[in-house]
Design a protein around this ligand. Structure first.
Ligand code: TH1
Length: 839
């Protein structure tokens, strides 16, 4: 029951007019009013973008009604809340998503059509909010969707980067980066909340003093202050009234900034400081699965974590709850170690600013945080040089030393006399230059540590975190990743969505396990036909788009064989290239050879400083140029590189895929989530036993999955025994021919230098075992080609993939986090219609 002061939330607000109404007429009127009053335009002057903005604001009004209702409910009930801390949120465009959540997609299409406008064109106007690199950021976005849909009170906390992930362009087949000016034309989904701005301090030194009670205390005397200003975006659950919040922080200079230098005539000095402050939230670091030991990166991490914890304290205190209840009010999830500094910051806030003793502060801290690890790659493990850390956060360095001191004592008791173990577990790496190990801070400061797929969690326990597993076995859990079917099916694949709903009703959208009911139709010829027609129609749509974007004509009847993800050697895009070259060589040797026609589609960005990854992109484009033009190929092979892969483009690709390439070296990909999106859309997977592929194969059945390659154990063993890629090159004529063709300059206008670093790497080290896995991959691809020709069999396999991947819904994942880690229950928010109307 809401207290009087909060009831109703919309007292005095105009209702059931076009401001919040849901009829086609209401929506049309809202759109026209917004065009006039918000955009200041009338149709003769309006751009497509004006129309997009007018529609976005109309939709936002409907969101705000639910958002206010949600906020009032949570406040009145003092609800326990999840705070998801992440340096990345790869949200994707919001307009279509919100139309789906509100259930007004078709009505809005009609309203827009009645004005002779095209909804698809307006949807296309929305710039992608690319505030993430890849899987990790997109996972955070899927989880926020599931939290709202499951009616769990939640806040996403992160950084409002002015420039998100760079835009990828191609010049002569090479990647070139352009800055991402996503905010240039304004962002209609966010609301700035300057009244909730907080101060964040950096630098300086610490000193000790005696307080009034004669207690010895430490105080931080910082050197620099910046303001964190929150921008809120409402996130509506799928056909619920729950609208949670994504709260992203922007850095600004404090209001009183450098008054002295200003008054002393140093105007430029003052402006310089303002500029420095604003740099903090300027740009997303464009590295996926690797750490950047830069001062600005640590500054970003501390900035958003400090802002968020202070914001949570404000909420706690606003609800008149004591500090001792912090962990009861909030469950904080650390999305990798990027926000792990939160452990030290919460300690500092509780100790220095709220004067709790160490034991109480530590107990609250440990009961607040849980840590998700997303990678086994050593280059991704974050470590900060002690000097850098101490300059920026001197007080936190003290706190970390004290945490470490107490932790090491604990280890000593559990493992007496084991000095080597102490060194391995220490929060400080002292093997050379001294570093702070952020994963260790996260492990010690959290009550739960989880991996993101079954295999990944096992490898964490045996390998990267084995000493922590020995110390705290009870802390370890697996939480296999999931993806939201709302965006990656309902919004992006309307045709398949409608077919499924016709067959099994509409409850599967929130209970994805119900897709199992499709199994009954897997062999039904009529259903198979419709299923195939839909896939073909999605492929036709993509073919049109490919031609618009690249000029390349592709055959929708060919197999669409798709590899889309960030470029990384461990993901082995170049293994796919070796397959293409092998097929091409076979055609050249025997032009009439019978092969299954394929369209190879690639997409993905390389980190700007990752030279080898950029070279692989160049290789794909070079091979594409030759293969696509060669008349001998007779269109049987096409190679397409779609530039600037992002959520928007992803939504066009998954529905049109026949084959999903998941070909990382076993033991390297923590989970993968693209693999789930493909399978859900009825693509078959060719993959290694890596990450969530293992569980996907278990679910869909081995006979509906194309498995190849070494297992993790075999990879480890081979590495230990000394792997010699040359042996494979010598022993395998087709492999040799493929590599020799690249080396000869065949794909590079005679240039024998350009791909040399790539080839030398493969021949001499091949740390990702491409040559070892080559033949197994080629053989498996042959099976794929044969299976595709048997359309009834392929269709059955496709249907079964969709039917059996319900468990990879992010709803399942989030429910597990709620039950096993956060201990949190849903809170019902009343639908607007149920809300008593204001008098
Ligand atoms: C990815 C993992 O590589 C991927 O396997 C997993 O599915 C995904 O996270 C979601 O769990 C990672 N992305 C990053 C990005 C950075 C650092 C580490 C990882 S792990 C910047």
């Amino acid at each position: 029951q809401l207290p009087q002061a909060l009831q109703p939330t919309d007292a005095g607000v105009s209702k059931s007019s076009h401001r919040t109404g849901m009829t086609v007429e209401d929506l049309k009127q809202a759109f026209l009013d917004n065009l006039f009053y918000d955009q200041g335009k009338f149709p003769a002057l309006a751009t497509q973008h004006d129309y997009y903005m007018a529609l976005a604001y109309a939709v936002r009004d409907r969101l705000l009604q639910r958002w206010n209702q949600t906020a009032a409910t949570y406040t009145a009930e003092g609800s326990r809340t999840v705070a998801y801390f992440s340096a990345e949120f790869l949200m994707g465009p919001q307009l279509g998503k919100n139309l789906t959540s509100l259930g007004i997609y078709d009505r809005v299409r009609d309203a827009i059509a009645s004005l002779d406008l095209d909804l698809d064109a307006l949807l296309d106007e929305e710039p992608e909010p690319g505030l993430g690199n890849g899987g990790l950021g997109r996972l955070a976005a899927c989880y926020l969707d599931s939290l709202a849909t499951l009616e769990i009170p939640a806040l996403g906390y992160g950084i409002r980067y002015e420039f998100g992930i760079f835009q990828q362009d191609l010049q002569d087949g090479w990647q070139v980066e352009k800055t991402d000016k996503w905010l240039r034309l304004g962002n209609p989904w966010e609301i700035k909340r300057p009244e909730w701005g907080v101060e964040v301090k950096f630098g300086g030194h610490t000193d000790s003093y005696l307080d009034q009670d004669g207690c010895y205390r430490v105080r931080w005397v910082p050197e620099q202050t910046v303001m964190g200003i929150p921008y809120d975006t409402p996130l509506l659950g799928y056909q619920t009234a729950t609208a949670n919040t994504l709260r992203l922080w922007t850095a600004e200079a404090p209001e009183s900034f450098n008054f002295e230098s200003f008054n002393s005539g140093d105007y430029l000095g003052a402006v310089y400081e303002k500029m420095i402050s604003e740099n903090i939230s300027k740009v997303l670091y464009p590295n996926d699965d690797s750490a950047q030991g830069k001062r600005l990166r640590l500054t970003q991490q501390y900035f958003f974590v400090s802002c968020s914890l202070r914001d949570m304290l404000r909420i706690l205190i606003g609800q008149e709850l004591p500090l001792e209840k912090f962990h009861e009010k909030f469950a904080v999830q650390l999305n990798d170690t990027h926000p792990a500094i939160a452990v030290a910051e919460l300690m500092r806030l509780l100790l220095d600013e709220h004067h709790l003793n160490w034991e109480s502060a530590w107990s609250i801290t440990q009961r607040t945080f849980a840590y998700t690890n997303h990678t086994l790659l050593p280059e991704a493990l974050e470590r900060w040089p002690i000097d850098l850390f101490g300059q920026l956060l001197p007080r936190h360095l003290d706190v970390i030393y004290e945490i470490n001191h107490r932790f090491i004592d604990e280890v000593r008791i559990k493992f007496p006399g084991d000095e080597a173990r102490l060194a391995r577990l220490s929060l400080i790496d002292e093997s050379g230059e001294r570093y702070i190990r952020m994963a260790h801070l996260a492990c010690v400061g959290s009550h739960t540590i989880n991996g993101v797929a079954a295999l990944h969690t096992e490898l964490l326990k045996q390998d990267v975190l084995q000493d922590f597993y020995a110390m705290y076995p009870h802390k370890f859990q697996n939480k296999t990743n999931g993806v939201t079917p709302r965006r990656f099916m309902v919004l992006s694949n309307a045709k398949l969505t409608n077919l499924i709903t016709e067959k099994i009703g509409d409850q599967w959208v929130k209970h994805l396990d119900q897709l199992q009911q499709l199994e009954a139709f897997a062999d039904d010829p009529d259903f198979q036909n419709t299923w195939r027609e839909i896939k073909l129609s999605c492929k036709r749509d993509l073919a049109v788009f490919i031609q618009q974007q690249t000029g390349i004509v592709v055959d929708p009847h060919s197999m669409f064989d798709i590899l889309i993800k960030r470029f990384h050697e461990y993901k082995r895009q170049h293994l796919d290239v070796l397959h293409i070259i092998t097929l091409y060589n076979r055609i050249k040797a025997n032009p009439d050879i019978d092969i299954t026609p394929r369209t190879f589609i690639f997409g993905g960005k390389a980190a700007p400083g990752y030279w080898m990854a950029k070279l692989i992109i160049k290789l794909i484009n070079s091979v594409a140029d030759v293969v696509n033009r060669d008349p001998d190929v007779r269109g049987r092979l096409k190679v397409v590189f779609m530039k600037n892969f992002n959520v928007k483009l992803a939504q066009r690709l998954y529905p049109a895929a026949d084959l999903s390439e998941q070909i990382s070296t076993a033991g390297k990909e923590a989970s993968g989530t693209g693999n789930m999106k493909f399978a859900l859309n009825g693509a078959l997977t060719i993959g290694t036993l890596d990450g969530a592929n293992v569980e996907i194969r278990e679910q869909v059945g081995a006979e509906n999955f194309f498995l190849f390659g070494l297992t993790t154990e075999q990879v480890y063993k081979m590495r230990a025994e000394g792997y010699c890629p040359q042996d494979y090159y010598q022993a395998n004529p087709e492999l040799r021919l493929a590599l020799d063709r690249i080396a000869s300059g065949f794909f590079s206008h005679g240039d024998t230098e350009v791909f040399k670093p790539l080839l030398d790497g493969l021949m001499n080290h091949d740390p990702y075992f491409l040559l070892a896995d080559y033949q197994s991959y080629i053989d498996c691809q042959k099976e794929v080609g044969l299976a595709f020709k048997d359309t009834a069999r392929w269709t059955r396999m496709s249907i079964l993939n969709t039917a059996r991947t319900g468990t990879f819904s992010s709803d399942r994942a989030i429910q597990e986090y709620c039950d096993d880690i956060w201990n949190i229950q849903p809170v019902k928010v009343a639908q607007p219609d149920d809300v008593p109307t204001a008098v």
